[in-house]
Design a protein around this ligand. Structure first.
Ligand code: TLP
Length: 382
């Protein structure tokens, strides 16, 4: 009897051990799930996919300043084809792309026209003014990221010895500070006509041009048909680790290449990063629709939370901008929410931005909403 009990003991203790391990595992999964940080600050936080990492590892390279990196050359040709332009130039970032474009289209002392909510104006350290020596003349952006064609016409300068030359109109699609708003092809064509008929060139800040194209169900090339240059980012929703491109005519890109070099952007075996960009352009565009659906899911949930001001129809792509009721400060909200494991960005006193991307799922969105509701409740109660 004693011996029999002894012989089942190891089996029993193994069973108890297994059961305890299972419970510990389940609890830790639950805790991890609860504590998972949901990062909605930007789509720039996306990591490269396994396919990108493989492509980077295997990339064929050469010295790109000599034009000898076959992977960079392939990426530039691919991007140009997707934008419907003759040539492309691989650059380090969206900021560098816009600056290279401004430098290439203008001369110091010129004036560029852009929206008062333009990324170039707000977030690019005034490079156009300080490095390019151009004046930035703003026109109001409406909520949809548009500038009134009449306003653009009004600020274009006549030739006058007292005035700078108006040489460039800058558009942004999708429009970051206007909540990811999409400029339609018809609107873009209309304002391109206004600019061209007065001898101005048009540059498009297309950091998220593929989000616009997916939202409209159009090829990006068709949206860019009438712009003279476009910059696009690989490192946002498309998930590449780094890099952007500027596309335009061959003549424009030849001159832009020189400005890239001047800015220290002549990279050498850049094929290592360009390889990820090729995967981004070839495989990551269509899935942006998932990010847009998640943004709408987030907006629907936010619209039902007390203390938040938002209409779901404000959301066209992957950026969700929402206001807080006057008694809530955006800074407090962002801090408390971060403690609860959700990261967003405050824009001014009362506005908040959340961006959806490949690394957040629909259930992450639902979890973020639960935490946002709890934080709003706490802040309202004081
Ligand atoms: N925008 C970033 C921040 O700079 C705000 C973001 O998180 O959205 N054009 C547009 C429309 C952009 O949104 C950005 C990045 C850029 C240009 C600049 O791109 P990078 O960051 O690659 O220099």
């Amino acid at each position: 009897m004693f011996l029999r009990a002894f012989s089942v003991l190891p089996g029993l203790s193994l069973l108890i051990y297994d059961t305890l391990s299972m419970i510990i595992w389940a609890v830790s999964c639950l805790m991890e799930r609860q504590m998972k940080v949901i990062d909605l600050r930007s789509d720039t936080i996306t990591h490269p996919t396994p396919e990108m990492r493989r492509a980077m590892f295997e990339a064929e390279v050469g010295d790109d300043v000599f034009g000898e990196d076959p992977t960079v050359n392939r990426l530039e040709a691919l991007a140009a084809a997707k934008m419907g332009k003759e040539a492309g130039l691989f650059i380090t970032s969206g900021t560098q792309g816009n600056l290279v474009a401004v430098l290439t289209h203008t001369r110091p002392g010129d004036e560029i026209i852009l929206g008062d909510e333009a990324h170039i104006l707000w977030y690019e350290v005034s490079g156009a003014a300080t490095i390019g020596g151009v004046n930035m003349r703003t026109v109001p952006n409406d909520r949809d990221g548009r500038m009134e064609p009449g306003d653009i016409k009004r600020v274009i300068r006549e030739q006058d010895i007292h005035c700078p030359r108006s040489t460039l109109l800058c558009l942004e699609n999708t429009h970051n500070r206007c909540g990811g708003a999409v400029l339609t092809k018809e609107y873009m064509n209309e304002v391109c006509n206004v600019a061209h008929s007065r001898g101005l060139k048009v540059h498009l800040d297309g950091a998220r041009i593929f989000n616009a194209a997916v939202a409209l169900g159009l090829p990006a090339a068709s949206l860019c048909e009438n712009v003279d240059s476009v910059s696009l980012c690989l490192s946002k929703g498309l998930s590449a680790p780094v890099g952007s491109l500027v596309c335009g005519s061959e003549e424009f890109i030849d001159r832009a290449r020189k400005f890239r070099k001047m800015l220290g952007g002549g990279m050498r075996q850049a094929g290592v990063i360009a390889a990820a960009g090729i995967v981004a352009l070839e495989t990551m565009v269509d899935r942006l629709a998932e990010d847009h659906a998640n943004a709408r899911r987030l907006a629907r949930g936010l619209a039902g939370i007390e203390g938040i001001r938002l209409t779901v129809k404000d959301v066209s792509t992957n950026i969700v901008m929402f206001g807080l009721s006057p008694e809530l400060s955006a800074d407090d909200f962002v801090c408390r929410l971060e403690e609860a494991g959700v990261k967003v960005i405050a824009l001014g006193d009362n506005m908040v931005r959340a961006v959806t991307h490949r690394m957040v799922s629909p259930s992450d969105i639902d979890e973020a909403l639960t935490r946002i509701e709890a934080v709003c409740g706490c802040l309202r109660r004081g």
